[in-house]
Design a protein around this ligand. Sequence first.
Ligand code: CP
Length: 303
Amino acid sequence: MKHLMTPLDFSVEELEKLFLLANDIERHPDKYAHDCDGKILATCFYEPSTRTRLSFESAMLRLGGQVLGFSDAASSSASKGESVSDTIRVISCFAHICAMRHHKEGAPMVAATKSTIPVINAGDGGHQHPTQTLTDLLTIRSMKGRLNNFTVGLCGDLKFGRTVHSLIHALIRYSGIRFIFISPEELRVPDYIIEELREKQIPFEEVIRLEDVMGSLDLLYMTRVQRERFFNEEDYVRLKDFYILDKKKMNLAKSDMLVLHPLPRVNEISVEIDNDPRAVYFKQVQYGVYVRMALILTLLGIR
Ligand code: CP
């Protein structure tokens, strides 16, 4: 039985198969409409979500399966003190596969050790968000035709941003990747990732001003400054509008640069660029459904 805790749980070859399956699902959804007849997905979300939970549910429903779960720890027995280990043992009696989001780093991993069904990490604290990374990779691969040879700018909260951490880990397995980390001093990429990049001799630079590097980027991954990860409101207020991607900055970018964002956005991308063909963050959401359909089929051993 396979779980998904980090994007590295799949080899590059396994990811390639997953993306081919996702692209086939996109082209021929009817072929897959009954693959999960009789199967149940549980979504156990201890933290808020719109995209991840609902795209998992949409994915399972499109495959002919059914869904159950909770979207708030307060409405589950976690509010009475139940551990994730006990909860997953119970959920294993109800469902065939589980997607879990938790505010504590490592909680889905603890659940996986006690589970008799595949567990998918749907985001754990500031640590990892592997299915967002699968979504990001599928979007890039589908729109650019490759996953290698890119200068990738990651901008915003690079310290607490689990989508950023997962994406960096996934991309360093492809050749010709160069990173430009764009963040205020307080929100820089964690040291453990910087050390890993140095060890693996992956080229990267850290800058503060987005304007200075716009022209050299092939991909720009914007992120939100996350209020929920700050210990005090004052720091959040000071940093929340540090970056705002607008038309003026987009004019500095290559004509084929892609702008990605895991969403939700707050102010970091002006709505005035939503119709720019380079802005693909809403297409990303659609790819998220196809890749989660492919993931469910793969982890259940159906395809
Ligand atoms: N991208 C993402 O994780 O969005 P949600 O928090 O809405 O699931």
